[in-house]
Design a binder for this molecule. Structure first.
Ligand code: F6P
Length: 357
């Protein structure tokens, strides 16, 4: 049997652990097994940049961050466009697949990656995918690998900020990754005891945010922690058209949302406001123990789908059980935080402000 693996989109913890899970299972259960590694995601598939991997390449990588294959972002929107140099990317990817005589292409990635994976499935390739992203916003799975590792880091950031915020009586705005979904901010905010959590799914009203800080101040709590998702939007922005929103954000003078929220809080008040943006640190380093286990389970399940030739599926976790979800159902669908979910209700019940009232 011959397969190839690729990792695409933003990296996260657990990519190597997952590939190791796939490879170890295949090597132990398939007699004649060849695994190719495609360099830098779809770029390598398009350009025919790959190498034959050895069994030993998958040893010692359980705890290794990043991806041994490299990754890149190749926008799905442009996949069918012919390049200036005449390259037809879809045709080129199919040619690489055929040249290697693959039984299956194993793709590890997030939302954009899954759209292209589904396109390749529609083009007749045998594809198995694995859900990667610290954002946890892939439809069809309760959890993606990378999420828990990033959550540990983001929570640690808030924990550390807590002590210095308390000492100085300051307001801290901590920006957590996640453009379209607020899972990481919500979980880290709750785990780190943030006072205010702003996520894209619940547009914030800065007056409500300031009211909460004032309320805490009046109750002798002279510090506050605001956890804000990268993709948080204000109430006014939520009413804008896509075009208006784009223009509005382009004109925004602050480098990112946390700085804007900080400026808005500081305006006409005496509060000392500070901003912390952990950024890509949230995606770096070793996977957490939770992710190591999840990746191993995901990987070995993917290997069985390959052995049983159950192609066209994404490996997923549903109610604690690893399962397969058709790629056609996953591609192009985002899993955002339901605004009436138990998590949101619990956050509100313990007095966390979501910035909306
Ligand atoms: O997709 C994961 C993610 O880390 C998002 O949370 C973040 O918005 C984005 O990637 C950052 O992208 P880049 O690594 O290209 O700067």
């Amino acid at each position: 049997m011959k397969i190839a693996m690729l990792t695409s989109g933003g990296d996260c913890q657990g990519l190597n652990a997952t590939m190791r899970g796939v490879a170890k299972t295949l090597y132990s259960e398939v007699e004649d097994m060849t695994i190719y590694g495609i360099a830098d995601g779809y770029r390598g598939l398009i350009e025919g940049d790959y190498e034959k991997l050895k069994k030993s390449d998958f040893s010692g990588i359980l705890t290794l961050g990043g991806t041994i294959l490299g990754t890149s972002r190749q926008p799905f929107k442009k996949m069918r466009d012919i390049e200036e140099n005449g390259v037809d990317k879809v045709k080129a990817m199919k040619e690489t697949y055929k040249k290697l005589k693959l039984d299956c292409l194993v793709i590890l990635g997030g939302n954009g990656t899954h759209k292209t994976a589904n396109l390749l499935r529609e083009e007749g390739l045998n594809v198995i995918t694995l859900p990667k992203t610290i954002d946890n916003d892939l439809w069809g799975t309760d959890v993606t690998f990378g999420f828990h590792s990033a959550l540990d880091i983001a929570t640690d950031v808030i924990d550390r900020i807590h002590t210095t915020a308390t000492s100085h009586g300051r307001i801290f705005v901590v920006e957590i990754m996640g453009h379209k979904a607020g899972w990481l901010t919500l979980y880290a905010g709750i785990a780190g005891g943030a006072d205010i959590i702003l996520i894209p799914e619940i547009p914030y009203d800065i007056k409500a945010v300031k009211r909460e800080i004032d309320r805490r101040e009046a109750a002798n709590k002279d510090f506050s922690i605001v956890a804000v998702a990268e993709g948080a939007i204000s109430l006014a922005e939520s009413r804008m058209s896509k075009k208006e929103f784009k223009a509005y954000r382009e004109a925004m003078k602050q480098p990112s949302i946390a700085y804007r929220v900080a400026d808005e809080i500081a305006q006409d008040t005496d509060y000392e406001v500070r901003v912390v943006v952990p950024g890509h640190i949230q995606r770096g380093g070793a996977p957490s123990p939770y992710d190591r286990v999840l990746c191993t389970r995901f990987g070995s399940y993917a290997a069985h789908l390959i052995i049983n030739r159950e192609f066209g599926n994404m490996v997923a976790m549903k109610d604690g059980v690893i399962t397969a979800v058709p790629l056609s159902e996953v591609a192009g669908r985002l899993k955002t935080v339901p605004t009436d979910s138990q998590m949101i209700v619990a956050a509100r019940q313990i007095g966390i402000s979501l910035g909306d009232k």
